[in-house]
Design a binder for this molecule. Sequence first.
Ligand SMILES: Nc1ncnc2c1ncn2[C@@H]1O[C@H](COP(=O)(O)OP(=O)(O)OP(=O)(O)O)[C@@H](O)[C@H]1O
Ligand SMILES: [Mg+2]
Length: 251
Amino acid sequence: MIKIENLYRSFDGNEVFRGISLEIMKGEVLALIGRSGCGKSVLLKHVSGLMKPEKGRVVVDGREMDMVRGRNLTSLRDRLGFLFQGGALFDSMNVFENVAFPLKEKTKLSDKRIQARVFEELENVGLSGSEYKYPSQISGGMVKRAALARALVGDPEIMLFDEPTTGLDPVTGHAIIELIDSCHRRLHFTGIIVTHEISKVFGIVDRVAMLHEGVVWAEGTPSEFSSFEDPVVRTFVGDSTISKGGMHEKI
Ligand SMILES: Nc1ncnc2c1ncn2[C@@H]1O[C@H](COP(=O)(O)OP(=O)(O)OP(=O)(O)O)[C@@H](O)[C@H]1O
Ligand SMILES: [Mg+2]
């Protein structure tokens, strides 16, 4: 579903990617980890077509992002949901208007249909009753839930989550990860979750890829990751043994 082939990218002489190759199958969820500044957000921007590769290819559902233009790019982007780092909402719009925004922009649905869809999605993320509150009137966890609803409201086939739990307390963060997992079970999207919350996220993903020094340094299932002996992986992941379906931390 998503294929990244030998991707190179640098900014002002700073080589962020030196040949990234990664494949994510349809319906699979991948955790993307690595130190701050290693290029996780930049990689998601390449997958969504917001950034173009200097060298190499990003192929989404059989189409090379760099070659897709105009209406085809719009229709490909419409199938993709992006929860940005920071999960920002539009401050001048209430929760309902924020979640309705992509439907109003991208679809020809009637106001009544949009309302029904938005209410349904807000219920799914546990925000019923907060529809008419403004971002400044709700907690950080609720902002993330609303941003998640906005990303999911168009029924995306691909979901990109950039640090969905940053800034949240551990309990709220865990609730967001569980919400992402339940949304995945319901919608079966193909997903990438960028995260530093290794212990929580390893419990819900199929595979993990770690970026380091401009390449995919290590790749495998969460349980394989827990047993990799590579010192870079060990330093980063710590002494935890975690696998899909259950978290068994040894720390
Ligand atoms: N638009 C840009 N212009 C110039 N440099 C950029 C741009 N976007 C990213 N970079 C640089 O690319 C590198 C990777 O940035 P990126 O935001 O992808 O890191 P990250 O892995 O997401 O980090 P974090 O975990 O802190 O979010 C950084 O050195 C950053 O300064
Ligand atoms: Mg980032």
